[in-house]
Design a protein around this ligand. Structure first.
Ligand code: SF4
Length: 94
């Protein structure tokens, strides 16, 4: 039986760093097309477009794939870095 995306992501572990968000949004961004693009691009579905046009984002669960950085860069993102050592995603045969 094939595993769903949620099942596959569920076997990973994420070590949350409460003191360091490795990705930060550019809160001044008004580019709606870029916002829609990053919502579609993130394989972990971490970006959510709100009714007021703002983005909601939670770095917990980030796969560190870099897709958002390539797709929209500084238009939507203020900062993109890897998590600190020992933090972030731990892939477990997903
Ligand atoms: S690095 Fe990948 S998983 Fe993490 S927020 Fe960007 S697109 Fe989503």
């Amino acid at each position: 039986m094939a595993m769903s995306i949620d099942d596959k992501l569920g076997v990973n572990r994420f070590h949350a760093d409460d003191n360091y968000a490795h990705i930060l949004l550019n809160e001044a961004c008004t580019d709606m097309e870029a916002k829609k693009k990053v919502v579609m691009a993130c394989p972990a579905q971490l970006y959510h477009l709100q009714e007021d046009g703002s983005l909601r984002f939670n770095y917990e669960g980030c796969l560190e794939c870099g897709t958002c950085r390539v797709a929209v860069g500084k238009t939507v993102l203020k900062q993109w870095n890897h998590p600190m050592g020992g933090m972030g995603i731990e892939f477990r045969c997903g």
